[in-house]
Design a protein around this ligand. Structure first.
Ligand code: NI
Length: 187
């Protein structure tokens, strides 16, 4: 199975504001499928298209371990239409490996989006799902989680971030297929 390369902090795509998807077509569905594969391979709970080098407003999410009620959420052009409450919790990001920090988010949100068939859907989310959705929608606006860390936290992470940024700056623009190594058969 070929997954997509995850862009690291420093890669320019992560700083761009993504464009709306104009029509949810087979290309969009194919992107969604690849994003799910990539997210599961990386053991993440959410992934935004800019993280695989595509500047389009597409997010995939699966917070199943913590929320068995919802699986496989694919969101096209998601928009937060209501946000209430405030809660601080720790977040990391697949584009900034081994880095985590506290971020204040709305505790409850309502999000409108198009599903993988292009139908409009509204969901209410709380807990880890609300947090992950806000994190991924930030990605669509070119906002990385470290920008929401405290200045003290960012300062503590400075040398780590510098290393990741160098790696990200070396990455090519656009989506890149990565073929996972085939496991050697036992002899
Ligand atoms: Ni992220």
């Amino acid at each position: 199975m070929a997954v997509l390369e995850i862009k690291k902090f420093g890669c320019p795509t992560l700083k761009e504001k993504s464009l709306d998807v104009e029509s949810v077509d087979d290309d969009t569905r194919s992107l969604i499928d690849r994003m799910f594969e990539t997210m599961y391979a990386a053991e993440g709970i959410g992934l935004a298209a800019p993280q695989v080098g595509v500047s389009r407003r597409v997010v995939v999410l699966d917070v199943r371990p913590s929320d068995p009620s919802r699986v496989h959420l694919a969101l096209v052009n998601p928009r937060i239409v209501e946000a209430t409450g405030e809660i601080v919790g720790e977040e990391g990001c697949l584009s900034i490996p081994a880095v985590a920090g506290d971020v204040k988010r709305a505790s409850d949100i309502r999000v409108e989006f198009l599903d993988r068939d292009g139908f409009p859907v509204t969901v209410s989310a709380s807990g880890i799902e609300a947090r992950a959705l806000q994190h991924e929608i930030d990605h669509l606006d070119g906002v990385l989680v470290i920008e929401r860390f405290s200045a003290i936290r960012r300062n503590l992470l400075r040398s780590q971030l510098r290393k990741i940024r160098k790696e990200g700056q070396r990455q090519a623009i656009g989506p890149i297929e990565v073929t996972e190594p085939v496991a050697e058969s036992p002899s």
